[in-house]
Design a binder for this molecule. Structure first.
Ligand code: CS2
Length: 474
C-alpha cells in the first residue's frame, strides 16, 4: 500500500483523476476557514478545477479549533482523495489545498496570509454557529467568542475576529480588501456575515467598520452537495480503488452546485469558468435549496430518528414518511419561495428526493440532526412565519419542530450527549419533558431559536402541540 503524497502521485491506479496542474507550482490566493469535509468536497473541488487554468487560486485552509485536518493531511502534502459517489463512482486527487494552518497555534501566520496582496478571496464553512449571531440574525456581542475577540483582537477565537484583523492589516498597508465568500447554509449568508464583520470592526474602530462596508464584497451564495462524514468503509474503499493510503479521504454525491452573487471584483477568480453560477438572483436559489432540501433533511433527521432509522436512505424507504416530506415540500414550502429563473419547483423537489434515495450514499441522520437550534430557524421557522403571514396551514411545518423536541427528550433520557451550541439548555429542557403539551411550551420559550412573534402565535402553538401529541402516540 502506498502513502498518498506528491512523490507517489504518479503511482495512482489509472482510473484515479489527478490534479491537471503541478501542485508545487501554484500560488495561494484563497484563505478558507473551516477546512472540513464540505469544503474539501465542494469549494476545493472547484478551485482544483480552476488551478488547471490559472495557478493563482490554491487554498490555505485554516482550522479555528482542532489540528485534526492539518495532522492528517500535512504528511500527505495536503493531497486527499475525493470520491464522487454514483452508479459509477469516480476518485479524484485534489491538490488545491497547499497550506493548512491551525489558527490558535499561530494566529500571526494566519494574519500574514490574510494580509498578503495575493490573497484575494476568503471563504468560510464554519457552520451556522460559527457566525456568532443572536436570534435576531445580528452579531451577538454576548457570545463568549465575540466578547473574547473584542478584548484580544490579535488572538481571536472566531472567524469574525480573524477576518476583521486581516482586513485591518490590509487597510493599514494600503492593500485592497479580499472578497469574503460565505459558504454556509444560512439564509442571506453573505450579508449576515458582512453585517457581523462590520459591527465587530466598528466596535474596535469606527473608521475600519466604514472602510470594510464601503470596500469589501460579501457575495451571498448557495452551496449544495450531500457530503456524508468520512467513515472506515470509505477509507477502505479508497485504498482498494486507488492504491493509496489516505488519512482523510472525502466522499460526496456526484451532484454539486455553487451559486454566487455576481458582485465579485475584477481581480476575483473566474469561478464561472469552472461551472459556478454567477447571478444577481442568489436569493431565489438559496431560498429554494435551504427551505426545500435542508428543510426536508432536518425533517427526515428528527422524524426518522424517532422512528428508529439510521440513514436518510432508510428514512426515505418508509413510504409514509417520504410521502409526508414530499407533501410538505410541494404544498407548504414551495408556496413560500420566489422561483429562481429557469427552475421548475416540482422537478427540483423530485430531484432532491431522488438524491436522498441514492443507494450509493450512507448519510447518517445523526449528522444532520446536529446543531438543530441553529439550523431549524433557517430551514423551517422562516418558512413557517411566511406561511402564517399568508394565512396558509402550518400543521405539517410544525411536525419537524415537534420531532426535534421529541428527539432531544429521547436522546437526553438515553444519556446521549447532544451536539448543539445550546446543548446544556436543551438537555435541561429535554430532561424535564413529560410527553405533554407543557414540553412544547418550554421549548417555544427558547428565544435563541423561536422569534417571539412565532412562539406567541396561538395557531402555531396549537399546531406544534398537536404534532407533538401525535408523535407521542405513534
Ligand atoms: C445537511 C446538509 O448536515 C446537514 O444538516 O442538511 O449538510 C446538506 O447535506 C447539504 O446542505 C447539502 O448541500
Amino acid at each position: 500500500m502506498t502513502k498518498l503524497t506528491l512523490s507517489t502521485l504518479s503511482e495512482a491506479s489509472a482510473k484515479v483523476l489527478q490534479p491537471a496542474y503541478d501542485p508545487t507550482a501554484v500560488e495561494i490566493g484563497v484563505v478558507h476557514f473551516g477546512p472540513g469535509a464540505f469544503h474539501r468536497a465542494h469549494q476545493a473541488f472547484y478551485f482544483d478545477a480552476l488551478l488547471a487554468k490559472d495557478p493563482r487560486w490554491a487554498i490555505s485552509g485554516v482550522s479555528l479549533k482542532s489540528p485534526g485536518v492539518r495532522d492528517a493531511l500535512a504528511p500527505q502534502a495536503g493531497l486527499y482523495v475525493l470520491a464522487q459517489l454514483d452508479a459509477e463512482t469516480t476518485f479524484r486527487v485534489i491538490g488545491a489545498m497547499r497550506e493548512i494552518l491551525v489558527a490558535p497555534e499561530d494566529p500571526e501566520t494566519v494574519f500574514t496570509r490574510l494580509a498578503k496582496a495575493s490573497t484575494k478571496v476568503v471563504t468560510t464553512t464554519v457552520t451556522e454557529k460559527g457566525y456568532c449571531l443572536g436570534g435576531d440574525g445580528k452579531l451577538d456581542f454576548a457570545n463568549t467568542d465575540i466578547a473574547h475577540d473584542l478584548q484580544h483582537p490579535q488572538r481571536p477565537d472566531s472567524v469574525i475576529g480573524y477576518i476583521v484583523e486581516g482586513l485591518r492589516r490590509r487597510r493599514e498597508a494600503g492593500v485592497a480588501p479580499f472578497t469574503v465568500i460565505s459558504c454556509d447554509n444560512l439564509a442571506d449568508n453573505g450579508h449576515k456575515l458582512r453585517d457581523a464583520v462590520v459591527a465587530f470592526a466598528g466596535k474596535l474602530d469606527a473608521g475600519l467598520g466604514e472602510w470594510i462596508k464601503a470596500n469589501t464584497a460579501f457575495p451571498r451564495t448557495m452551496v449544495d452537495s450531500i457530503t456524508p462524514a468520512t467513515d472506515d468503509a470509505l477509507r477502505a474503499r479508497v485504498t482498494a480503488e486507488t492504491g493509496f493510503e489516505d488519512a482523510w479521504p472525502i466522499q460526496r454525491e456526484a451532484f454539486v452546485q455553487w451559486v454566487v452573487e455576481d458582485v465579485l471584483p475584477a481581480d476575483a477568480p473566474d469561478l464561472a469558468s469552472v461551472g459556478v453560477t454567477l447571478t444577481n438572483d442568489v436569493a431565489a436559489f438559496e431560498g429554494a435549496k435551504l427551505r426545500l432540501l435542508n428543510g426536508a433533511h432536518s425533517t427526515l433527521a428528527y422524524v426518522g430518528s424517532l422512528k428508529g432509522y439510521e440513514t436518510v436512505g432508510d428514512a426515505m424507504a418508509d413510504a409514509e414518511l417520504a410521502g409526508f416530506v414530499r407533501s410538505m415540500m410541494l404544498e407548504d414550502i414551495a408556496p413560500s419561495l420566489s422561483t429562481p429563473p429557469g427552475l421548475d419547483i416540482p422537478t427540483y423537489v423530485e430531484a432532491i428526493l431522488g438524491r436522498f434515495r441514492n443507494p450509493e450514499i450512507r448519510h447518517l441522520l445523526s449528522q444532520i440532526a446536529w446543531d438543530g437550534s441553529k439550523k431549524l430557524p433557517f430551514r423551517i421557522l422562516e418558512t413557517t412565519a411566511d406561511a402564517l403571514e399568508a394565512g396558509r396551514s402550518v400543521d405539517r411545518l410544525a411536525v419537524p419542530i415537534a420531532a426535534w423536541i421529541g428527539f432531544i427528550a429521547t436522546r437526553t433520557e438515553a444519556g446521549v450527549p447532544l451536539v448543539d451550541p445550546l446543548a446544556d439548555k436543551l438537555a435541561a429542557l429535554g430532561g424535564a419533558c413529560t410527553g405533554g403539551p407543557e414540553d412544547v411550551d418550554a421549548f417555544l420559550g427558547l428565544t435563541e431559536v423561536f422569534p417571539v412573534s412565532l412562539a406567541s402565535n396561538t395557531t402555531y402553538r396549537t399546531a406544534v402541540k398537536d404534532a407533538y401529541a401525535a408523535l407521542s402516540r405513534a
